[in-house]
Structures are given as C-alpha cells and as structure tokens.
Ligand binder design. Sequence first.
Ligand SMILES: Cc1cc2nc3c(=O)[nH]c(=O)nc-3n(C[C@H](O)[C@H](O)[C@H](O)COP(=O)(O)OP(=O)(O)OC[C@H]3O[C@@H](n4cnc5c(N)ncnc54)[C@H](O)[C@@H]3O)c2cc1C
Ligand SMILES: NC(=O)c1ccc[n+]([C@@H]2O[C@H](COP(=O)([O-])OP(=O)(O)OC[C@H]3O[C@@H](n4cnc5c(N)ncnc54)[C@H](O)[C@@H]3O)[C@@H](O)[C@H]2O)c1
Length: 467
Amino acid sequence: MPDFDMLVIGSGPGGQKAAIAAAKLGRRVAVVDRPDMVGGVSIHTGTVPSKSLREAVLYLTGLTQRDLYGQSYRLKDEITVADLTARTQHVVSREVDVIRSQLARNRVTMYVGTGRFVDDHTVAVRDADGQEQLLTARHIVIATGTRPARPASVEFDERTILDSDSVLGMERVPRSLVIVGAGVIGIEYASMFAALGSKVTVVEQRSGMLDFCDVEVVEALKYRLRDLAVTFRFGETVAAVERRDRSTLTVLESGKKILADAVMYSAGRQGLTDDLDLARAGLEADRRGRIAVDEHYRTAVPHIYAVGDVIGFPALAATSMEQGRSAAYHACDEPVNPIHDLQPIGIYTIPEISFVGRTEDQLTRERVPFEVGVARYRELARGQIVGDSHGMLKLLVSPGDRRLLGVHCFGTGATELIHIGQAVMGCGGTVDYLVDAVFNYPTFAESYKVAALDATNKMREIDQLEH
Ligand SMILES: Cc1cc2nc3c(=O)[nH]c(=O)nc-3n(C[C@H](O)[C@H](O)[C@H](O)COP(=O)(O)OP(=O)(O)OC[C@H]3O[C@@H](n4cnc5c(N)ncnc54)[C@H](O)[C@@H]3O)c2cc1C
Ligand SMILES: NC(=O)c1ccc[n+]([C@@H]2O[C@H](COP(=O)([O-])OP(=O)(O)OC[C@H]3O[C@@H](n4cnc5c(N)ncnc54)[C@H](O)[C@@H]3O)[C@@H](O)[C@H]2O)c1
C-alpha cells in the first residue's frame, strides 16, 4: 500500500489544483515544495508579486490620473523600493496563508523539501538539513515550473545585473535600466519602470515584440511606452554585459554600448527538472527542461503526470491550474472535458492588453473573411470619467454567420473586459447578441455594444450593395 494515492511535486497553481481536485475526490494526497516556496513561482516571484508591484506603481505614480489632473500629478514625489514592496509583501503573505489553509482544510499533507525520483512510484524529499524521507504514491504529478534562463557568460550579481526573480529585491529604483528580451515579462517590467521614471532601453533580438497579439494594439503600446521614454532596440542581440563601479555597460553585437544603472534579463525560462532524477522514473526532459505529455497530461510513464510551466506553452497561471485539475481527474477516473481551446491572453503592460480568439493577421493568413468593429474609450462616458482616452476594444466578426472570431482590447480593465467576449464566443453567440444587449451605463462593457454596432453597420452597407 503506497503512502499516498497522489503525490504532487511543486505547489504552484498547477500543483495546488491537482492536489485539491484529488483530495475532493476522497484521495490521500501530499504536496512537496522547497522551503518558503508554498504557492510556487506564481506567488513568490511571478504573477502575484509582479501584478501587485504594478498596482503599487499605478497608485503611487498617479500615472492613470494625469489626463485629468495634469502631467505633474503624483501621489508621492520620491517613490522608494520600500513603498513598492510594502504592497507586494502584504499580498504575497496573505496569498501564502490562503493556499496553506486551502490545502490543510482539504487534508492535503504538505512536505517541505526538494523532491527527486528514486523510482517511478517513490520520491525522496530532502529537507533543509539534508535529511531524506521516502514517500511512495500510486500517481505522481510533476508541477515544478521554471526558473529564469541565465546565459552562462553574464555575471548576475542580484544588485545591478538581475533577472525577473532578483528584480523584486532591488535596493533602489534605477535611474536607467536595460531590459534584455521583449517577451511578456520584459515588456511588463519595462512598463512599470518607465512609469516610475526610469529611462528604459529594451533590447530584443527579434524584429518586433508580442507578435501573437493584434498589430494595432502592439503599435499603440509601443507609442505609449516611447512616450514614457522607453527606447526599443529591435533586431539587436546582447553580446556582453559588463559590471562597472556603480553601473553596467551592455554591449550589443552591432557594437552599440548602453550605460545604465542596472540590467534585467528576461530572455526566456528553463524547466525546473535538473534535480528531479527523472531517469530513475524512466523519464527525460528536453534541452529547455520541459517534459512531454499527452492530451491527459500523462508523461511517457502513464501513472506520472506533468502540468504547468514544466510542460511548456502556454505557461500561464490560469492554464496551469486547469491542467492540474484535469490531470487529477484523469488519474482518479473522474470524467473531465478537454481544456477549452478559447483561452484568453492577458498582458499587464501599462496600459494592459487582452485578447481572445484570432488576430486580423491570422485570419488573413487563413483566408477567413472578417469585418472589424471598434469602440474607442474616449467616446465612452466611462473612458472620460476615469481619464483613459487611449483605450479601445475591437471585435472581429464573420460576415457569413455573424459570429465573433476574435476580441482585442487595450486599456483600463482590458484583462477583465475580455471575458464578456470569451463568454459570447464560447456560447456560440453572434454580434447581434451584443447589438441587442443592454449594458450598464457608464461602463467599459458598453464598448462591446458600440463595437458591435460599428461592425454591423459596415456589414449592412456591403449587404445592401450586393443585394
Ligand atoms: C515575472 C512573471 C510574471 C508572470 N505573470 C503572469 C501573469 O500575469 N499571468 C499569468 O497567467 N501567468 C503569469 N506568469 C506565469 C505564471 O507565474 C506561471 O505560469 C505559473 O506560476 C506556473 O505554475 P506551475 O504550476 O507550473 O508552478 P510554479 O508557479 O512555477 O511553481 C513551481 C513550484 O515547484 C517547486 N519545485 C520545483 N522543483 C521542485 C522539487 N524538485 N521539489 C519540490 N518542489 C519543487 C518550486 O519551488 C515552485 O514552488 C508570470 C511569470 C513570471 C515569472
Ligand atoms: N501576463 C502574462 O500572462 C505573463 C506575464 C509574464 C510572464 N508570462 C509567461 O512567462 C513566460 C516567460 O516570459 P519571458 O518574457 O521571459 O520569455 P519569452 O521567451 O516569451 O521572451 C524572451 C524574449 O527574449 C528575447 N531574447 C532572448 N535572448 C536575447 C538576447 N541575448 N538579446 C536580445 N533578446 C533576447 C527572445 O527573442 C524573446 O523575445 C512566457 O511564456 C509567458 O507566458 C506571462
């Protein structure tokens, strides 16, 4: 008789939801995580601290109020790291408490230590003193996540040369900052530091950024960030980063040199599988530390599952949770629907971006005809009231069956607002539902009706021409 029905390695979003789902089905469940990491990357260095930091930045800088109160408006002139981290630490400690309590009340046993496979049913958990304890389980879920990828040639000192983990422990707000990599992490931090007044240079080897998003939205974001003194160096690769007395010198392959107080690397992440002794369980990881799974999140060894960032794309907290629940249901023979393919994307830049469905470029490539309906925040009463005159919502509509093909949003509340579109699309609704619906006024949700009317007006004009 194994010690547990299910043993989960890693307590991030994927691991937590796998553990609780199995416990709710009456299984004996345990979770292993390293000291001070309950909640995973998501709670300690990823989603939650970065989004709390963003709220602190928006509040303290007064950035979002400046359309109303003037460009010099600030809540606090000298914003210190202590001002910023007060909010982050408060949220993180509360969240850890919530997770601990949820696991405990569902009778999930928590082990503190680092897990590694001894065989395909046994995990050794090493505690801080180096003592190992062996745990056996019928099913094992690997939810060990990722760490920032660090080029071996760069000397990270956690003070001036940082990654997205150590940036949270910075001693002061840098006057100037180089960000290497314009992925989601790089651009979210570029937004925050630019809002704080740092002179930010983003270096990205590709010719552009966020190429999975709507082109118009990305253009609008670049314009807003340039307005906050962000410089983009696209098509440029970092050759070396040198540490100087109180600053850093970033040398690009093109020969350009950039002097800055600090450098932050956000050039991708690596699966945390090195210490797992995967071979002992009959498993292996790829070059980027990722584990391959099937549609039920089973690895090559069918009673071992893997979920979350360790399996790669899309590497989001929300999807990791759903993968965890699905894997646990499958392991416990509980019926489960496949994960819906209509996944929203939310990017917490300043302003934020969110979308669901396909982009204009994708539809054009696939030769799918579409009509566009746009609502601009400056024409909504709510936009004027909150002082966001740049935001917009765009609907992509199929002229044939009038269904929504994509929804793209940029501006205040975008990451919340997108779920209206997601629900309409998920339920197979048409643009006419949005035309006929009555929304609260004054709200940003009204943008759906405005954009729907715009799209249907254009479609009617073409229809009238043709018939
Ligand atoms: C800066 C940043 C911002 C982000 N912002 C967002 C966002 O806004 N929205 C979003 O959806 N996603 C965001 N993400 C991604 C999100 O954080 C991840 O998708 C999510 O945390 C992945 O969850 P997971 O279940 O894979 O586990 P993780 O959260 O990665 O946690 C894995 C856990 O496994 C533990 N572990 C690893 N190896 C072992 C071992 N051998 N033994 C025991 N325990 C082990 C680790 O200690 C860790 O606690 C962000 C990520 C970063 C880095
Ligand atoms: N809001 C969100 O949902 C959110 C927020 C943050 C992170 N995340 C997740 O975290 C994951 C990791 O994000 P990321 O931004 O670190 O990785 P990424 O792989 O998306 O981006 C890294 C970027 O760095 C560039 N790069 C690499 N080496 C370079 C060099 N030497 N010089 C210049 N450019 C270089 C790459 O071309 C790439 O564009 C993503 O998968 C993302 O889904 C999500």
